[in-house]
Design a protein around this ligand. Structure first.
Ligand code: NAD
Ligand code: UD1
Length: 340
């Protein structure tokens, strides 16, 4: 069935891949994005890939009047809420910007939704809310922990706000999706991750070394209690992640309350395994040096994805090799991201 979906942050990395999946599934998509960390070019490329366009509204989720006008103009069935700031280091330097954009912005959005009687919401959370996990793999009933930075705390706060909201008004149907480590790009090579400045995350850094933009990778510590001493994470292809949003959207159409789902593969890879998988897929050498651990990093983290499999009928389909090939294709054909 065709729905009208408001996608906040839909010009960004995960939002643009999900917008594509929504359009391909026949939905009408309205994207609201202030372009703080993205470019309209991503949505032009989405249109090139699927031949359908999202309606774009440039603006901020903190702008209540704008939100009210969007809900008045379009008959929105559900909101996919990606908009927010996401750079961990920056959040330590500028905590108020993170609490204002992520937490206050979300509150304004939820107020506008309630006023418009739109109660279906999919929220982008993160495995970071588990803090230092006590058990592996991490299932949704593991207690949330203490995130080590304002970015992570902003995600946990929004989750808690959503629980209070649902208790106060049973019409809310909310999916909280806890992403593990999103990587990769669409197989067309037309859309992908376009980090601002020097990337903080592993795979964008590796691919910028491979393309010659950066000299060598710093591997943050080789003395963790892991397979080879380097940090282990659950990397998930962004196209699988986008598909998870469509499945969650279908689930909350019939289920009220707050539902938490991990979106991960259930398989962890170390930093050095990632380097060698990338080298194999791209056929290039990635020089690296071992440096001290990065503050706030945990040794290992991977998902138990069974709940999403049982309840959503969703599981990640792309292999590590797909993640590497797609990242490399995107990086090679867009060495300067969307700005060329
Ligand atoms: P992104 O920065 O590419 O996308 C976020 C988008 O939101 C950008 O287009 C940005 O311009 C927009 N935006 C930011 N503040 C806004 C505001 N106040 N009003 C309107 N638009 C605003 O990030 P992404 O990687 O696509 O992440 C999407 C969501 O998923 C974020 O909420 C992020 O915290 C969450 N998440 C991301 C990861 C990851 O590794 N990428 C992991 C876990 C969770
Ligand atoms: C980081 C954030 C997390 C956020 C997630 C997705 C921190 C502490 N955590 O998670 O809150 O939700 O990104 O955006 O920043 N690594 C290197 N060299 C690098 C980069 C990374 O060795 O240049 C290692 C890290 O130590 C880690 C692994 O690679 O072991 C993955 O790092 P990264 O991609 O930054 O993701 P996370 O740390 O899991």
């Amino acid at each position: 069935m065709k729905h009208s979906i408001l996608v906040t942050g839909g010009a960004g990395y995960i939002g643009s891949h999900t917008t594509l999946a929504l359009l391909e599934a026949g939905h009408e998509v309205i994207v609201l994005d202030n372009l703080a960390n993205s470019s309209l070019e991503s949505l032009r490329r989405v249109e090139r890939i699927c031949g359908k366009a999202a309606t774009f509204v440039e603006g901020d989720i903190r702008d209540r009047a704008l939100l009210d006008s969007i809900f008045a103009r379009y008959s929105i069935d559900a909101v996919l809420h990606f908009a927010g700031l996401k750079a961990v280091g920056e959040s330590v330097q500028q905590p108020l910007a993170y609490y204002e954009n992520n937490v206050s912005g979300s509150v304004v959005l939820f107020q506008a939704m309630a006023a418009a009687s739109v109660f279906n919401l999919v929220f982008s959370s993160s495995a970071t809310v588990y803090g230092e996990p006590k058990q592996m793999p991490i299932s949704e009933d593991c207690p949330t922990g203490t995130p080590t930075n304002p970015y992570g705390r902003s995600k946990l706060m929004i989750e808690e706000i959503l629980r209070d909201l649902s208790l106060s008004e049973p019409r809310w149907s909310i999916a909280v999706l806890r992403y593990f480590n999103p990587v990769g790009a669409h197989s067309s090579g037309l859309i992908g991750e376009d980090p601002n400045g020097i990337p903080n995350n592993l795979l964008p850094y590796i691919s910028q070394v491979a393309v010659g933009k950066l000299q060598k990778l710093s591997v943050y510590g080789d003395d963790y209690p892991t397979v080879d001493g380097t940090g282990v994470r659950d990397y998930i292809h962004v196209v699988d992640l986008a598909d998870g949003h469509l499945k969650a959207l279908a689930a909350i159409a019939t289920e009220q309350g707050v539902h938490v789902w991990n979106l991960g593969t259930g398989q962890g890879y170390s930093v050095l395994q990632m380097v060698s998988a990338f080298e194999q897929a791209a056929g290039v050498t990635v020089p690296y040096a071992i440096v001290p651990r990065r503050g706030g990093d945990i040794a290992e983290c991977w998902a138990d994805p069974k709940k999403a499999a049982h309840e959503l009928g969703w599981q990640a389909k792309h292999s590590l090799d797909d993640m590497m090939h797609d990242t490399w294709r995107w990086q090679q054909s867009n060495p300067n991201g969307f700005s060329q």
